[in-house]
Design a binder for this molecule. Structure first.
Ligand code: SF4
Ligand code: SF4
Length: 120
């Protein structure tokens, strides 16, 4: 029975096309639940730091004083915990991956809440 299953798999693989895509000519279609990269709506963020404390790979840094939220996408394992824990739901998982980089710091993204009060 096992050899039959294996033969079936071999024939299927021999007759089917390659499983890889000719990227960038042909791009993969992501599903709605694909965990690509974490995004923040900084205007909703209250800088509580919960996402940073919960992140298992220490990918997030929150600086309350300068009102900055930072993620190192090269450290992120797309576990979604930060999205689930955020009390104001300002984090989301976009179904697109971050651009490739060869620089260690190339995955760091900093989002800063600009002062919209005019200094008041
Ligand atoms: S958990 Fe949400 S509100 Fe708190 S710092 Fe992180 S992104 Fe901002
Ligand atoms: S998805 Fe997981 S690993 Fe990535 S930043 Fe959020 S908590 Fe950290």
């Amino acid at each position: 029975m096992r050899s039959f299953t294996m033969t079936k798999t071999i024939i299927k693989n021999l007759l089917g096309g390659p499983v890889t895509l000719m990227y960038p000519k042909k791009k993969r279609v992501f599903t709605e639940i694909t965990r690509g990269r974490v995004e923040t709506d900084i205007n909703k963020c209250i800088f509580c730091g919960l996402c940073s404390r919960r992140c298992p790979t220490y990918a997030i840094t929150v600086t309350k004083d300068s009102r900055e939220w930072q993620v190192d996408r090269l450290k992120c394992c797309a576990c979604n915990l930060c999205v689930e824990i955020c009390p104001v739901k300002c984090l989301s998982m976009k179904n697109q991956y971050a651009p490739a980089t060869t620089d260690k710091a190339g995955g760091i993204v900093t989002v800063k809440l600009e002062d919209t009060t005019g200094g008041r």
